[in-house]
Write a protein that binds this ligand. Structure first.
Ligand code: ATP
Ligand code: MG
Length: 252
C-alpha cells in the first residue's frame, strides 16, 4: 500500500525549475531509494516530504504530496506541521547530534513536544537506542556527550532520535556518505531491520547500496523522475536510455 503519493509536483527556486512534474508512489514499510547525479534534485525532493523546503525564500511549489491520502501542503497550522515532522523524520548526510548527552539527544523531540517525561521518557530512550543497536554499548554512559561517539554511533544516535518520536516515515539523505565501508554495511543492515516497522526513503549516491537494500528505486536527472519502479527491474532491465547510461556509469 502507498503511504506517500506525489502527484505532478513542480518546484521552482526563483526562476530555476528544480523539480519537474514528479509523480510517484512510496510503498509502506519498504525502502525506496532515490538515485541520480549531483544536483538532479534528490535532496530537494526528499525535503518535500516533511515540508523542510518551507523556509527557503522565493520557492514556489505546485502539485500534491499526500501522506495517508492527505495533502501535506494543505496543512496550515503550526500544530499540523509539527505533527507532520514527527510522523516524517529526517536523518542527514553528516551525523548531526546535538551538543548534549546521549540521553538528551534521544529525548530531545519528546521533551520539546512535551510528549513524555520521567520513567516513560527513559523507557522510550532505551527502546530507541535498542532499535539502533546502541543500547548495550552505551547504557552505562548515557550522560556522556554525544560528540564523543564514533561517526557510525553518531549516525545511529540520530536515527534513534528520529525513532523516539514514533514516526511512520524516515527520510535519509546519503546517511552513509561520511562512513567507512564496514560502518556503511552495518547501517544498511539497520535500515533493512527498520523497514519491518517504518517506511524508508533513502537518497544515495551509492548505486550498489540502492541495489542491495531498496525495494523500489527512482532515478532522477535534471529535476525529472526519469524512471521509477522495482529496484530489481531498474538495475537489470531499465526502460529508459538515461537510466541505462547512469547505471552503467556513463555519467554522474
Ligand atoms: N535553496 C536553494 N536555492 C536555489 N537553488 C537551489 C537551492 N537548493 C538547491 N538548489 C539547486 O537545485 C538543484 C537540485 O539541488 P539538490 O540539492 O536537490 O540536488 P541533489 O540531487 O541532492 O544533489 P547532491 O547529489 O549533490 O546532493 C541544484 O541545481 C541546486 O543548485
Ligand atoms: Mg543532495
Amino acid at each position: 500500500m502507498a503511504i506517500l503519493t506525489v502527484t505532478n509536483l513542480d518546484l521552482f527556486y526563483g526562476a530555476f525549475h528544480a523539480l519537474k512534474a514528479i509523480t510517484m508512489m512510496i510503498e509502506e514499510k519498504k525502502i525506496t531509494a532515490i538515485i541520480g547525479p549531483s544536483g538532479c534534485g534528490k535532496s530537494t525532493l526528499l525535503r518535500m516530504f516533511n515540508r523542510m523546503n518551507d523556509t527557503i525564500e522565493n520557492i514556489r511549489i505546485t502539485g500534491e504530496v499526500c501522506l495517508d491520502g492527505k495533502n501535506i501542503y494543505n496543512m496550515k497550522t503550526e500544530r499540523e506541521i509539527d505533527r507532520l515532522r514527527r510522523k516524517v523524520g529526517m536523518v542527514f548526510q553528516r551525523p548531526n547530534p546535538f551538543p548534549l548527552s546521549i540521553f538528551e539527544n534521544v529525548a530531545f523531540g519528546l521533551r520539546i513536544h512535551k510528549k513524555a517525561k520521567g520513567q516513560v521518557l527513559k523507557e522510550i530512550v532505551e527502546a530507541s537506542l535498542k532499535a539502533v543497536l546502541l543500547w548495550d554499548d552505551l547504557k552505562h554512559k548515557l550522560k556522556t556527550s554525544s560528540l564523543r561517539l564514533t561517526l557510525e554511533q553518531q549516525q545511529r544516535l540520530c536515527i534513534a532520535r528520529v525513532l523516539a518520536v514514533k514516526p511512520d516515515v524516515i527520510l535519509l539523505d546519503e546517511p552513509c556518505s561520511s562512513l567507512d565501508p564496514i560502518a556503511t554495511r552495518r547501517i544498511e543492515e539497520l535500515m533493512i531491520e527498520l523497514k519491518k516497522q517504518y517506511t524508508i526513503l533513502l537518497v544515495t549516491h551509492n548505486m550498489q547500496q540502492a541495489a542491495r537494500i531498496s525495494d523500489d528505486t527512482g532515478f532522477m536527472l535534471l529535476g525529472k523522475l526519469i524512471e521509477f519502479g522495482q529496484t530489481s527491474c531498474i538495475f537489470t532491465n531499465p526502460r529508459e536510455k538515461e537510466t541505462v547510461d547512469y547505471i552503467t556509469g556513463r555519467y554522474g
